[in-house]
Design a protein around this ligand. Structure first.
Ligand SMILES: NC(=O)C1=CN([C@@H]2O[C@H](COP(=O)(O)OP(=O)(O)OC[C@H]3O[C@@H](n4cnc5c(N)ncnc54)[C@H](O)[C@@H]3O)[C@@H](O)[C@H]2O)C=CC1
Ligand SMILES: CC(=O)C(=O)O
Ligand SMILES: [Mg+2]
Length: 616
């Protein structure tokens, strides 16, 4: 029961406005506000049935030292925190100073995680205000190391785990999640984490990091996200042999057992959260594709590595066309090499093919395929009946029988199978080389120098993550092209000074697209995610750089401007959702889509907390 009658009045009056945890005051409630100096007419309040230590220890409610005096009174926390109320700006000063004292990126990661576990409002404020710097900690590259060390640095649980022990129980388990409204779920089975291979349940840091970007970059509410690991085992020997590993200590489920496990989870989630967007993340090939094709037409889902990578890589290629004085519908004139024939490589190339076909300058899809040369770990996907001039494969003889129809679309009948990158470069004089192999150093000096001989501004895009898995470094790319490269990498590199001039580096990472996509899906309540949404995302991002930026080698805004990018992407995704008849949210008349999107973005500010009794 509420003891204070004035609070009861506010509670009763605000009940009529319950749509989320944060409520606007009604007129009646406002008459009682004079008693609470932290409550103002224009402010919003957040209600909670919690009090005392439960508030202080709830990261979604806690303000650390920033609780006002009247709040301390209302919430029963007077005396439980240091006496001086410190506003957020002071807290940020302290946090930034302490963060900068961390010696290694991993220490910073642990520090950020601890902050997220204490006070999410402050965590997201810090992240948004320092997105470029801190995305490198909570996301790539440091999140890679955090995954590898997850079982050593583990402190406190976040997200949900569904393991092989839980078969038959998942429909019940989903109800253990404490929030009724979930907008975005990122799920991984940890089978291919960045370019680091199978990390099993340690992959949990990836959904957590991606969802932090949904909140910081896409304005999704922290209460509406759910990170998930499907722990179907691991084939990583060192984890299996590590007594401190926290995941299941058996080998991966495969075949029917695997797919029925995922199916049970999907159905369980659909049961409780039928409207949530599901992002499949870091599933190995071909599971990634098989799951996407199984679910994409039936539920609201997408595969990040295949589809949002494709959107952002296409954006990079299109923007690079503009930077070279061409139009974006000149895509069919490009000659593109893709090193890597897995989920990301095939996904990115499919996006480029779709775009060429859509632009209508190729006669057929087959003609579009002829513009892309694809290499895997054995070298070019070519004609095995033609003799190869060199021992192209970096790992020797391999089995080509495993190539599937998606990869075979790129087979070049007139070129020898397994040609090396350098051989292919010399043969076809590419304009763009994409790296999605997870194999560091495969963009060799010989290959990139040969490329630079054939084209004025070679687009060198080593997109593998984290940084040390990159196919080449930014310095190498500029050195080997005499500073002429247009460069983009998956993980961040610093700009490079070459011959006295600063050469700009770009980051092509799916992080530029998924937060905006999620925001657009959430606002429109779209029932499906479609290929058109990714294509329009690509074009939107490709058109964001100014002429001057393009001239200086900047292809589109960086992670630091992610919120701005997300607004544009979300508006486009909403438009497509309405055009395609997939949107279920009613648009407010007379308000522009951009305004609706902007208003719906969560911004981390402290709002007055009010205690109410009972369940909300
Ligand atoms: N920048 C971005 O936004 C994204 C980057 N990636 C990165 O792309 C990489 C690959 O991811 P997936 O396609 O999902 O992995 P995957 O395991 O499905 O595919 C990897 C592909 O690379 C090929 N490969 C391996 N070693 C090679 C070598 N030495 N030379 C040439 N090809 C080689 C394999 O044969 C395979 O076709 C990862 O490092 C990942 O971090 C993935 C998604 C998004
Ligand atoms: C960025 C990303 O999704 C990956 O490297 O897998
Ligand atoms: Mg990924």
């Amino acid at each position: 029961m509420l003891r204070n009658p004035a609070l009861k009045t506010i509670h009763a009056a605000t009940q009529r406005h319950v749509s989320s945890q944060v409520r606007h005051y009604s007129r009646r409630a406002l008459t009682t506000l004079a008693a609470f100096p932290d409550l103002r007419m224009e402010t919003m309040v957040q209600t909670t049935p919690k009090h005392g230590m439960d508030v202080i220890h709830d990261p979604l409610l806690s303000k650390g030292t920033a609780f006002s005096l009247s709040e301390r009174e209302r919430l029963g926390i007077r005396g439980l925190v240091p006496p001086r109320t410190q506003e957020m700006d002071k807290q940020l000063q302290r946090i930034i100073r302490n963060l900068r004292e961390c010696r290694t990126p991993l220490e910073k990661f642990v520090f950020m995680t601890a902050l997220q576990d204490r006070n999410e409002t402050l965590y997201y404020r810090l992240l948004i205000d320092n997105l470029e710097e801190l995305s490198q900690i909570i996301y790539t590259p440091t999140v890679g190391e955090a995954c590898q060390r997850f079982h050593s640095i583990y402190r406190r649980s976040r997200g949900m785990y569904f393991s092989s022990l839980d078969r038959g129980q998942m429909a019940a388990m989903v109800h253990n999640w404490p929030h009724d409204q979930v907008d975005v779920i990122v799920v991984t089975d940890g089978s291919r984490v960045l370019g680091l291979g199978d990390l099993g349940a340690n992959g949990m840091q990836i959904p957590i990091g991606k969802l932090s970007l949904y909140v910081a970059g896409g304005g999704i509410r922290p209460t509406s996200i759910l990170p998930v690991v499907l722990d179907v085992g691991t084939n990583n020997e060192s984890l299996l042999n590590d007594p401190l590993y926290l995941g299941m200590g058996h080998r991966r489920l495969e075949g029917d057992e695997y797919y029925s496990f995922v199916d049970e989870w999907v159905h369980a989630i659909q049961n409780r959260y039928p409207n949530a967007l599901i992002q499949f993340e870091d599933f190995k090939y071909p599971h990634a594709y098989n799951l996407l094709h199984k679910y994409k037409d039936n539920i609201c889902c997408f595969n990040d590595d295949i589809q949002s990578t494709s959107a952002v890589a296409l954006a990079g290629v299109l923007a690079a066309l503009k930077a070279r004085g061409k139009a974006i519908d000149d895509l069919n004139e490009e000659r593109i090499i893709c090193v890597g024939a897995g989920s990301a490589g095939v996904g990115v190339c499919e996006g480029i093919i779709d775009c060429m076909v859509e632009q209508g300058k190729v006669k057929s899809r087959e003609e579009a395929y002829s513009k892309i040369w694809m290499l895997d770990q054995h070298g070019l996907i070519g004609n095995s009946n033609l003799s190869s001039s060199a021992s192209a494969s970096p790992i020797g003889v391999g089995d080509r029988a495993n190539l599937d129809e998606r990869q075979l679309c790129y087979l070049k009948k007139d070129m020898s199978d397994r040609m090396s990158l350098e051989e292919v470069v010399k043969a076809i004089k590419p304009t763009v080389v994409l790296g999605l192999s997870g194999a560091p150093g495969v963009f060799t000096e010989g290959a990139i120098r040969a490329m630079a001989e054939g084209v004025e501004k070679p687009c060198v895009f080593p997109l593998s993550n984290p940084t040390h898995q990159s196919e080449c470094t930014a310095e190498q790319a500029f050195e080997w092209t005499d500073g002429r490269a247009i460069f983009a990498s998956g993980s961040p590199f610093k700009d490079v000074e070459y011959k006295g001039k600063i050469r700009k580096v770009n980051q092509i990472n799916n992080a530029m697209s998924f937060p905006g996509l999620g925001l657009g899906i959430t606002v429109s309540r779209a029932s499906r995610v479609t290929g058109k949404m990714f294509m329009e995302t690509a074009i939107t991002i490709a058109n964001m750089a100014t002429e001057d930026q393009l001239k200086n080698g900047v292809l589109f805004p960086g992670v630091g401007q992610l919120r701005e990018v997300s607004k544009e992407v979300a508006a486009k995704v909403c438009e497509v959702a309405y055009d395609q008849g997939l949107a279920r949210a009613q648009l407010r008349q007379g308000v522009s889509l951009k305004n609706i999107i902007e208003e719906s973005m969560w911004d981390p500010e402290y709002v007055p907390l009010i205690r109410v009794d009972g369940h909300m």
